[in-house]
Write a new protein. Structure first.
Length: 503
C-alpha cells in the first residue's frame, strides 16, 4: 500500500511539472509576440507559406449561375522563429506539439483569400473547425474546414457534352509578393476522395495546380497567387433521359401522320400540333435551367432540328390535304360525267337514228346548218332527276372542265354530229323554244354518224391527279422523314462527341 501511494504521488508531480512547462512555454512565446508583424519582417525576406487542400466534396455545379460549391480542408504551413522553443535549454526537452484553437488571435496568420470566391463559411458544428499546431522548431500548421462557393466561367457551346474548366484562385489580400508568397506543397497539393460523386459530372481525373503570381499585378503591386484547375466532364445520361430520348419518341409519334388518311383532317392536325407542342414544351423546360448566352448550344441545335422535322410533318399534311381535295373534286366530276354519259348516249343514239331516217324526233331537237355537223338538243326534262341535279351542281359551282363544259343559254344538253346537215331549213330550231337560261354540257362525236353511241373512253375523261397519288406522297414520307432524322442524328453525334472533343 505504501508503495502504490508513493507511485501515485510521483506520477501526479510529474504531470504537474509537465503542465507547468507547457504553460511556461506558451507564456514565454507570447510574452513579447507582436501579432501584427509577419515572421520575416525584420530579416527583410519574404514569408513563404505552403498551401495544400483536401477536398471532401464538390456538392454542386450550378450552370445557371456559373458557380460550384466545394467542401474542403484548407491547410497552411509556415515557420515563425518567434514561436520556436527548441533552442532554449530550459524547454528543449519538451518535444510535443502545442495545439490550441485560441492561438488564432495570438499569432500572425496569413491573409489568404479566394480570388474567385462568391461566398464562404467556416464550419462550427460542434465547435469551430480549425486547428493551430505549433512545433518546437516554430513550424505552424493552420487548418480550417470551410465551404466555398466559387465562380466558374463556363463555355456551353457543346452543352450537354461539355467539359468545364473550373478554377480555384488563392492569393494574399494585402501583402505584396515581396512580403508574402504562397507555394503549393510538392507532393499532392490537392487531394480528392476516391468515392467522390458530383451531380451530372464525372469526378475530375486531372487537376492542374500552378503558380499564377505573374498574372496578378495591379497598380498597388504584384501579389502572390495559386491556382488549381478542375476538369469536369458532364455526364450526358440525365439529358438523354430527360430531353433526347423523349424528343426522339415524339418524333416517332409524329410520323404516325403518314399512316393516317389525309381525309382525316382533325386527327392529323391534332397529332401534328400535339407533337410540335411537346417538343416546344421540352425546349422551354430545359431552357429555364440554363443561362441566357448569346451563342447556340448543342442542345439548342437538337431541339431546333426536332421542331423543324415536326413542322415538316405539318407542312407535308397541308400539301397532302390539298392534293386529296383536288382528287376528290376530280373523282366527283368523273362520277357526274358517268351518270350523265349513260343517259346522253342513249338519247343521242335515238336522235341520230331519227336524223338518219329523216324523221322528226319527239325526244330531241335537231339543229343543223349547211356544211356543218348537226347538233341534237336533248331537253333536261328528259334526263333523270339525279343526273339533272348533279349536272346543275357541277356546272353552277364552277367545277367543270373548260374542255368539256361550256355556257349554253338553254335548259338542255346538245349533241353535235360529225355529219353535215341535209336540210338545214327543216332542221333549224330557234332558241326561243328554250326560254330557260342555265348552263348546259355539249358533247362532240368523235365517230361517224353510224357509230353515234359514244364509247365511255371517248367521252369526257376526268382531270386532276390520279387515284392513289396522294398515298404515294405519304408512302414516300414514311421513309424520307425517318431516314433524314437518322442521318441528322449521325452527323449531330459524330460532330459533338468526336470532332468537338478533339478541338
Amino acid at each position: 500500500m505504501i508503495y502504490f501511494g508513493f507511485l501515485l504521488i510521483t506520477v501526479g508531480v510529474a504531470l504537474t511539472n509537465e503542465l507547468s512547462i507547457r504553460d511556461q512555454i506558451v507564456n514565454s512565446l507570447f510574452e513579447k509576440y507582436d501579432v501584427k508583424v509577419r515572421p520575416s519582417e525584420y530579416t527583410q525576406n519574404e514569408t513563404v507559406v505552403t498551401v495544400y487542400i483536401s477536398i471532401s466534396a464538390i456538392t454542386s455545379v450550378d450552370v445557371m449561375n456559373m458557380q460550384y460549391t466545394v467542401d474542403m480542408l484548407l491547410r497552411q504551413e509556415w515557420r515563425d522563429p518567434r514561436l520556436a522553443w527548441d533552442h532554449n535549454p530550459r524547454y528543449s526537452n519538451y518535444t510535443k506539439n502545442i495545439v490550441s484553437p485560441t492561438f488564432k488571435t495570438k499569432i500572425w496568420i496569413p491573409d489568404l483569400f479566394f480570388r474567385n470566391g462568391k461566398e464562404g463559411r467556416l464550419h462550427k458544428i460542434t465547435c469551430e473547425n480549425l486547428l493551430i499546431r505549433i512545433q518546437p522548431n516554430g513550424d505552424v500548421l493552420y487548418s480550417q474546414k470551410i465551404t466555398m462557393r466559387l465562380a466558374c466561367q463556363m463555355h456551353l457551346r457543346t452543352f450537354p457534352m461539355d467539359t468545364q474548366e473550373c478554377d480555384m484562385d488563392i492569393g494574399s489580400y494585402g501583402y505584396t509578393l515581396e512580403q508574402l508568397r504562397f507555394v503549393w506543397r510538392n507532393e499532392t497539393p490537392v487531394t480528392l476522395p476516391r468515392d467522390l460523386q458530383i451531380s451530372e459530372f464525372d469526378p475530375p481525373e486531372e487537376m492542374i495546380p500552378r503558380d499564377c503570381s505573374s498574372l496578378y499585378k495591379t497598380t498597388t503591386g504584384q501579389y502572390t497567387c495559386l491556382n488549381v484547375t478542375f476538369l469536369l466532364s458532364r455526364q450526358i445520361g440525365y439529358w438523354l433521359a430527360s430531353t433526347y430520348i423523349p424528343n426522339t419518341l415524339i418524333m416517332v409519334v409524329s410520323w404516325l401522320n403518314f399512316w393516317v388518311s389525309p381525309e382525316a383532317v382533325p386527327a392529323r392536325v391534332n397529332l401534328s400540333l400535339l407533337t410540335l407542342l411537346g417538343v416546344i414544351t421540352q425546349t422551354t423546360s430545359y431552357a429555364s435551367t440554363l443561362p441566357r448566352v448569346s451563342y447556340i448550344k448543342a442542345i439548342d441545335v437538337w431541339t431546333i432540328a426536332c421542331i423543324a422535322f415536326n413542322s415538316g410533318v405539318l407542312l407535308e399534311f397541308a400539301f397532302a390535304s390539298h392534293l386529296s381535295k383536288q382528287r376528290k373534286i376530280s373523282e366527283w366530276q368523273a362520277e357526274v360525267r358517268k351518270m350523265v354519259r349513260r343517259e346522253l348516249a342513249s338519247w343521242c343514239n335515238t336522235c341520230q337514228q331519227s336524223y338518219d331516217q329523216n324523221e322528226p324526233s319527239s325526244i330531241c331537237h335537231i339543229v343543223s346548218e349547211p356544211g356543218k355537223p348537226a347538233s341534237f338538243i336533248v331537253p333536261n326534262s328528259r334526263l333523270s332527276e339525279s343526273s339533272s341535279k348533279m349536272l346543275v351542281r357541277m356546272t353552277s359551282s364552277g367545277l367543270s372542265s373548260a374542255s368539256s363544259m361550256k355556257e349554253y343559254n338553254s335548259n338542255s344538253l346538245f349533241y353535235k354530229s360529225r355529219r353535215a346537215g341535209k336540210q338545214p331549213e327543216q332542221r333549224w330550231m330557234e332558241r326561243e323554244h328554250f326560254p330557260s337560261r342555265t348552263a348546259a354540257i355539249g358533247f362532240e362525236s368523235s365517230t361517224p354518224a353510224k357509230d353515234a353511241l359514244l364509247p365511255v373512253s371517248e367521252i369526257l375523261e376526268p382531270a386532276g391527279p390520279k387515284r392513289g397519288e396522294i398515298n404515294e406522297i405519304d408512302m414516300y414520307s414514311r421513309f424520307i422523314f425517318p431516314a433524314g432524322f437518322i442521318i441528322y442524328n449521325c452527323i449531330y453525334w459524330v460532330y459533338y462527341l468526336v470532332l468537338m472533343k478533339h478541338k
